[in-house]
Design a binder for this molecule. Structure first.
Ligand SMILES: N[C@@H](CCC(=O)N[C@@H](CS)C(=O)NCC(=O)O)C(=O)O
Length: 163
């Protein structure tokens, strides 16, 4: 069987979730490190976002689509539950992270430190201060959700945990 090639970067959260699926399932894979918007990425993702996947004759973009392919293509353990309630809960948390929490915690809070856009290169304090209420609120939501079992969905590792 061809070896999956994940094209992206170890520094990219969305690349790492695709790698985590491979790690959890024991899939042998290759991570090809690229810069943001590299030609290898643009060749597959229409907007140049990482990660993308090459696997034999399959090419995919979007981390959840990549994870779904890998989960179905390879045997257990499965990171997308098949039981209806657990499957829906996995979708629920993945969707919330993709639409809300990633924007707050990564694109705004983290980037205010690692790519602050300030004249002196120091953290963007106004941006950090402005986002802190949302950071606290959203981290509290995640904390509450994992309090009982340590997982977002049931008592098992799922793709929701890796996002
Ligand atoms: N919805 C995409 C998001 C991917 C994404 O935003 N990746 C970031 C790196 S973590 C990126 O490529 N950013 C460059 C950009 O947005 O132009 C996915 O799930 O794969």
């Amino acid at each position: 069987m061809a070896t999956p090639e994940i094209i992206g970067s170890n520094r990219s959260t969305y690349t790492r979730v695709a790698c985590m699926v491979c790690e959890e399932k024991g899939i042998e894979y290759v991570l090809t490190e690229t810069a943001l918007h590299a030609a290898e990425i643009r060749a597959i993702h229409p907007f140049g976002k990482m990660p993308v996947l090459r696997h034999g004759d399959v090419e995919l973009f979007e981390s959840k689509a990549i994870a779904t392919w890998l989960d179905r293509r390879y045997p257990a353990p499965f990171v997308f539950p098949s039981e209806p309630r657990l499957a829906a809960l996995t979708e629920q948390w993945v969707s919330l992270v993709n639409t809300v929490i990633d924007r707050t915690l990564i694109r705004t809070y983290l980037f205010a430190y690692i790519a602050p856009g300030t004249a002196d290169g120091k953290p963007n304090r106004p941006a950090i201060d402005a986002v802190m209420p949302a950071v606290r609120e959203q981290v509290a939501v995640l904390d509450k959700a994992v309090a009982e079992s340590g997982h977002l969905v049931g008592d098992q590792f799922t793709f929701a945990t890796s996002t």
